[in-house]
Design a binder for this molecule. Structure first.
Ligand code: BTN
Length: 256
């Protein structure tokens, strides 16, 4: 990572970039507890225990991706946290389109997909009212471990060329600020609207959602005013997904 390039374009920003860490979430949590400013970025060339949602791991091969966590001190109530995740997805989507020339899909709440394969994931933790926004973006990977290879992709695989990580990082950090300021100044509604416009999963998509007490299958029907996903079950009941992995009901599609 050419940090001079990044710092030159955002001199105010506190950026810590490590060669190798267990997880940037852990490092960011430590810095947040020490009182680091909002916007502080903790990134790494490699994570040895990268965290995904639901206790999964995030494969973080050295030098091939962008793995970082941003510390956000935002006046957002805990129940609004799901919308912050959606705003982060929009920031990634804009970045991929404008910097890499790739259009992607968003799968509620936190998956960024290219051709139905996962290219980026978002992990949001709340620590003492500080938001830790973790983003893993597959940039130049040409292969993935066997267990995820059919479900994962990278910008390089999707476009057939290598991408510089620095401009992606610079733009993405700016986009995160922009979408968060939309959230703070205009509220949840525009974020929900933009998410629905950017996600083929938000409406009319047959999905399966794994819940603690079983699986729910139905057709998506937009988001609630708080940003949760609505799914219409075959019996006509409207189910609100508060958390859980959403995947296409079509078994031939991506299951990651
Ligand atoms: C998911 O899709 O399950 C979320 C993946 C989030 C991965 C990123 S990589 C940077 C940050 N550090 C971690 O350990 N996880 C997040």
């Amino acid at each position: 990572m050419n940090l001079d390039f990044v710092r030159g374009r955002m001199p105010e920003r506190k950026i810590y970039w490590h060669e190798s860490v267990s997880s940037t979430m852990t490092e960011a949590a430590r810095l947040a507890a020490e009182g680091c400013p909002s916007g502080t970025v903790v990134g790494a060339e490699e994570q040895t225990a990268g965290q995904g949602r639901f206790g999964r791991s995030w494969v973080s091969e050295r030098g091939f991706g962008l793995y970082f966590t941003v510390v956000l001190r935002l006046p957002v109530a805990p129940e609004r946290l799901p919308v912050v995740t959606l705003a982060l997805g929009l920031a990634v989507s804009d970045t991929l389109r404008l910097i890499a020339g790739v259009s992607c899909d968003l799968r509620w709440p936190n998956d960024v997909l290219i051709n139905e394969r996962k290219c980026a994931g978002i992990l949001v933790h709340l620590q003492d009212s500080v938001i830790l926004a973790g983003i893993g973006l597959n940039v130049n990977q040409l292969q993935f471990p066997d267990d995820i290879s059919s479900q994962a992709t990278s910008l390089a695989l999707a476009t057939g060329r290598e991408h510089q990580r620095e401009p992606l990082l610079v733009y993405l950090l700016g986009a995160i600020d922009s979408f968060n300021s939309v959230l703070l100044t205009s509220g949840i509604e525009p974020i929900l609207q933009m998410f629905e416009n950017s996600s083929s999963y938000a409406r009319g998509r047959r999905v399966v959602v794994d819940q603690a007490d079983g699986r729910v299958e139905g057709i998506t029907e937009g988001l609630t005013p708080a940003g949760f996903l609505k799914v219409r079950k075959a019996n006509g009941e409207l189910f609100t997904v508060l958390a859980g992995g959403v995947r296409p009901a079509d078994p031939s599609a991506n299951l990651l």
